[in-house]
Ligand binder design. Structure first.
Ligand code: SF4
Ligand code: SF4
Length: 462
């Protein structure tokens, strides 16, 4: 028997939904078999709580008076990327503080905001006629922001390589401290609670899947960057309203010797639509294997020292090079379990509905390495490129550059620029009277300085 997401949502509304956490599903399937388990269970809830460096937040500050186009922005001295719009910035979790270094970063600013603390906002600009302000210093809280959208490009790895270090000195890595001579193994991920490990075929998780993100409601917005499902390393891109989240499930951290990162709690409901999904959601720690990779070799393709299951990793020791080596996680299994149970509670209480994906995530593909090539040409230096018009020179017009944006249409008293019924712009430079009014009007440089009546580019309009 198969079910639909809509049928499960009706059960959620009526209070008759049956939910189990992912760590219990294996027992249910072992007892009932996948067919009956799919009849008996409507939703499996998953959870993960690990360091997810690829996280951050889009923030909208609102406009100052006089207004300003912020070209560089710092929050508690952590720079946010301001090339988004006038008063928007993207604060990356791993960006380090200018003054405090790697001990305090974007993740800490996000947590400070979430905890209701004010943070110091500093911005600079070169100024413009529409945005005359050039500097700003203020103090803002989360409640002051128009929008604060946690937007994480790569989260919830299906599984992750475990790490060891064959080298002669301790290493401080994003996988924690790795002792020399392969004296310890660290690992990440939630094993049998991992959302993507419970839906490895990406049958139910897709674009638009409603999830628990940082304790609030979020959504899967696509495959995460470096999504590599063919190798068992699928990832998710997620977003949610930071204002609805809780510091219990979103925590800043600084990994010594590496830097800031954000621990992100994610819970994903798996609708048990048929027996195949029940079977996949019965995955156990012992079924999920991963490589133990040597971080002591400083190269992209690190040697594989061994292979083991999450059951072995979670036992506290793994066999490596013929001996028992202690293993420890960077992720919190305690909080991953709490997230899966909290999601179960909300579904059973009728306050969390499932959403059918609007689009599937790619089921094929692998992450390619960086293309490392010597640039064929040097980058242009400031001032190089087409000469802008200044003052009273005759124009030339480059129809190949023109976007037909229309900015020049109401400027010219001689009717040089005109449009047709479909808003295609054309120009007749021969009519130009060199009045200079179209100076600096074209956003793509299609209106040039040039000899009267000559059209660079050879065509008028497209
Ligand atoms: S010439 Fe420039 S300003 Fe005029 S329509 Fe084309 S792109 Fe726009
Ligand atoms: S210089 Fe004056 S007349 Fe010539 S195209 Fe520009 S606006 Fe028109």
């Amino acid at each position: 028997m198969s079910k639909t997401v809509e049928e499960i949502n009706r059960k959620i509304e009526s209070g008759g939904v049956r939910v189990v956490t992912a760590d219990r599903m294996a027992e249910v399937v072992a007892e009932l078999g996948p067919e009956r388990a799919a009849d008996e269970v409507d939703v499996v809830t998953t959870g993960t709580f690990g360091a997810m460096c690829s996280s951050g937040a889009f923030l909208n500050f609102g406009h100052a008076d006089p207004p300003m186009r912020m070209t560089r922005v710092w929050l508690n001295d952590v720079e946010a990327y301001a090339g988004v719009a006038a008063v928007d910035a993207y604060l990356g979790a791993t960006q380090a503080s200018r003054t405090l270094g790697i001990g305090y970063g974007g993740a800490h600013v996000i947590e400070d905001l979430l905890r209701g603390r004010r943070v110091v906002l500093r911005a600079v600009s070169c100024g413009s006629d529409c945005y005359p302000r050039k500097a700003l210093l203020s103090e803002v809280a989360l409640a002051d922001l128009n929008q604060a959208l946690l937007c994480n490009p790569r989260n919830a790895y299906q599984r992750y390589n475990a790490a060891a270090n064959s080298g002669p000195r301790p290493l401080h890595t994003y996988m924690g401290k790795l002792m020399p001579g392969c004296a310890n193994v660290t690992f990440s991920g939630a094993g049998e609670l991992s959302p993507l490990a419970n839906d490895p075929g990406l049958e139910t998780i897709g674009v638009g899947t409603r999830i628990l993100l940082g304790g609030g409601t979020g959504f899967v917005t696509g495959a995460g960057t470096q999504h590599a499902p063919e190798r068992g390393f699928a990832t998710l891109m997620v977003q949610g309203d930071l204002k609805g989240m809780s510091p219990e499930f979103l925590r800043a951290a600084s990994i010594p010797g590496y830097g800031a990162t954000l621990y992100v709690g994610i819970g994903v409901p798996i609708p048990v639509l048929h027996a195949g999904i029940a079977r996949a959601a019965a995955v156990r720690d012992r079924d999920i294997e991963t490589d133990i990779v040597d971080y002591g070799v400083p190269q992209r393709e690190r040697p594989v020292l061994g292979r083991c299951s999450y059951e072995q990793l979670k036992s506290g020791a793994v066999r490596l090079r013929g001996r028992e080596v202690p293993s420890s996680p960077l992720s919190s299994f305690l909080l991953a379990g709490r997230i899966a149970r909290e999601l179960k509670r909300r579904i059973e209480a009728g306050v969390f509905r499932l959403s059918a994906p609007a689009a599937e995530l790619p089921r094929r593909g692998a992450a390619a390495p960086l293309a490392m090539r010597r640039p064929a040409r040097p980058l242009p230096r400031p001032g190089e490129g087409p000469r802008p018009r200044h003052g009273r020179e005759p124009v030339a017009w480059d129809g190949g550059r023109c976007l037909s944006c229309g900015s020049c249409l109401n400027i010219c008293p001689a009717g040089v620029f005109r449009r047709d019924a479909s808003w295609r712009v054309a120009a007749s430079p021969g009519r130009c009277r060199s009045c200079g009014r179209c100076d600096r009007v074209c956003p793509v440089g299609a209106i040039h300085a040039g000899p009267l009546g000559v059209s660079v580019g050879g065509k008028h309009g497209r």
